[in-house]
Write a protein that binds this ligand. Structure first.
Ligand code: HEC
Ligand code: HEC
Ligand code: HEC
Ligand code: HEC
Ligand code: HEC
Ligand code: HEC
Ligand code: HEC
Length: 291
């Protein structure tokens, strides 16, 4: 038995030489799916499922897109996803069509977003009113992202989530698929990562007389940006959220937090409710972030 037959497959274990061409990558992926039912991208262990198909369309390769989307194509060289390659001679680039679906109908129509009714010989015929997308815009559907980031679908199904499934928001509001780091503002420093959030939630930023240093550590220390079982997307529903940084010290039967006696307080509710530290993001008036 060949070692490659162990699912999930690793690209670097495959005997083919793949570079750049999305078409070949996708054909390959499709073939593998039949054989193995799964595939891991590059050195990661994620299982990749088939990109969402567009009825009647086939893969044409990223270079074809460059004819009309020159800027996106050029910038894409700097994008996280373009650097996602398997190691070694079997390197494969993730092309435009891994997120946008097979592009032949879109290209042949000269860039139409939707199929025309009765669209050319050999093409599927659609009656009026049943036009189809010729190309997928992930702003309206995250299905292709979930194909490789299956765990994210689960997170967005949790009771509290950013309204991406409701299409009021898109992965693209926080992630840049075409240029630079996939996480907008990410990498360099956490304050710029926070800037993504503050664009839509300005109230939690800004200058506070009494800052809470935790916010400098990043919004994601307390919030899961995708979804959570806890209200307000919190990473923990109770004191645990705060106690990972503020230690409890049991001293002579009393419980000290931040040097102050919390023995009777901790049973009254969460740290940020019941009038204690309601200004978790920072306060203009209270050094103990009371309000
Ligand atoms: C990692 C997934 C991914 C890859 C790979 C990708 N895109 Fe996109 N693309 C997106 C997302 C997400 C959006 C929607 C952005 C938004 O929400 O505004 C988008 C939108 C677009 C749009 C619509 C106009 C716009 O800029 O919003 C065009 C055109 C486009 N992509 C072309 C391309 C081309 C050409 C390539 C290859 C060079 C490519 N994309 C590769 C995810 C991707
Ligand atoms: C012949 C020129 C041409 C080629 C080749 C082309 N596009 Fe487009 N594309 C367009 C035009 C024009 C639009 C704008 C359509 C509109 O806004 O109605 C567009 C729009 C898009 C959109 C946004 C669609 C939407 O519903 O918002 C995406 C995504 C996209 N193209 C991706 C691609 C990808 C991926 C490729 C390569 C497989 C590609 N395009 C090749 C001309 C082209
Ligand atoms: C063909 C598979 C594939 C598709 C489709 C895909 N990704 Fe990815 N993406 C990956 C892999 C592989 C990685 C890198 C390994 C990892 O850390 O998960 C990655 C990494 C990322 C990262 C983390 C980057 C970092 O710096 O850590 C983000 C954010 C991301 N993808 C968002 C998206 C979004 C949004 C879409 C849809 C528009 C999408 N991806 C579509 C395969 C894919
Ligand atoms: C509200 C902003 C926001 C939205 C919307 C969003 N993300 Fe993210 N995402 C983030 C942030 C912030 C991080 C970094 C998390 C961290 O540093 O712990 C991240 C990290 C990631 C990562 C890499 C780390 C990981 O958790 O695996 C992937 C992959 C990813 N997001 C995919 C997606 C996909 C796919 C979508 C849409 C279905 C999406 N994200 C929508 C903000 C967002
Ligand atoms: C493009 C705008 C946008 C961006 C960027 C954004 N959010 Fe949101 N956020 C929303 C919307 C819309 C809601 C849902 C509000 C609603 O349902 O009424 C929301 C809800 C929330 C909630 C729950 C609020 C509540 O009252 O229940 C939290 C917490 C939150 N976002 C944190 C973040 C964090 C942290 C980031 C950065 C990683 C971020 N957001 C980035 C638009 C955004
Ligand atoms: C130390 C933990 C912590 C950090 C860091 C943090 N938050 Fe929060 N956030 C909370 C808690 C706790 C709540 C719930 C407050 C409540 O229910 O009254 C909350 C609530 C929210 C809400 C809902 C509206 C509100 O104020 O109640 C938004 C929006 C929000 N946070 C955004 C952000 C953004 C954006 C950042 C980064 C700039 C951030 N948070 C950083 C703990 C934190
Ligand atoms: C990522 C780590 C981190 C988390 C999580 C965190 N804090 Fe903090 N907090 C700090 C740091 C650092 C300081 C400033 C140094 C200090 O006073 O201990 C601080 C200061 C404070 C202060 C001011 C203390 C004073 O009197 O000066 C209060 C009150 C506080 N935090 C409450 C909370 C609450 C409530 C939570 C949970 C919602 C929380 N913190 C979560 C790191 C954190």
């Amino acid at each position: 038995m060949k070692p490659e037959s162990d699912a999930p497959w690793r690209l670097d274990a495959t005997p083919f030489l793949f570079r750049e061409r999305a078409r070949r990558w996708c054909l390959f992926l499709g073939g593998l799916l039949l054989v193995a039912g799964g595939l891991s991208c590059g050195t990661v262990t994620r299982t990749v499922i088939a990109p969402v198909s567009i009825p009647g369309a086939t893969y044409v390769g990223s270079e074809t897109c460059s004819e009309c989307h020159d800027r996106v194509y050029r910038d894409f060289k700097t994008a996280t996803h373009s650097r996602l390659m398997a190691k070694g001679p079997n390197a494969v680039n993730i092309g435009c069509e891994s997120c946008h679906g097979p592009g032949s109908m879109h290209v042949e129509s000269g860039g139409e977003r939707r199929t025309k009714t009765n669209y050319g010989p050999g093409r599927p015929r659609y009656s009026s009113g049943s036009q189809r997308q010729t190309i997928i815009n992930p702003r309206r559907s995250s299905e292709n992202c979930y194909g490789c980031h299956l765990d994210k679908r689960g997170q967005f199904e949790l009771p509290y989530h950013h309204p991406v499934p409701e299409t009021r928001m898109s992965c693209g509001d926080c992630h840049d698929p075409h240029k630079g780091l996939a996480l907008k503002g990410g990498g360099a420093n956490l304050l710029s990562e926070n800037a993504i959030c503050l664009k839509c939630h300005p109230a939690q930023g800004g200058l506070h007389v009494f800052e809470h240093e935790a916010v400098r550590e990043g919004c994601v220390t307390c919030h899961n940006p995708h979804g959570s079982v806890n209200d307000k997307l919190l990473t923990a529903r109770n004191q645990t959220l705060c106690l990972k940084c503020h230690f409890q010290q049991p001293v002579g039967g009393r419980l000290l937090i931040g040097g102050s006696d919390h023995t009777l307080r901790v049973s009254q509710g969460t740290c940020w409710s019941v009038g204690c530290h309601e200004a978790v993001h920072g306060s203009q008036v209270s050094s103990s972030l009371r309000f």
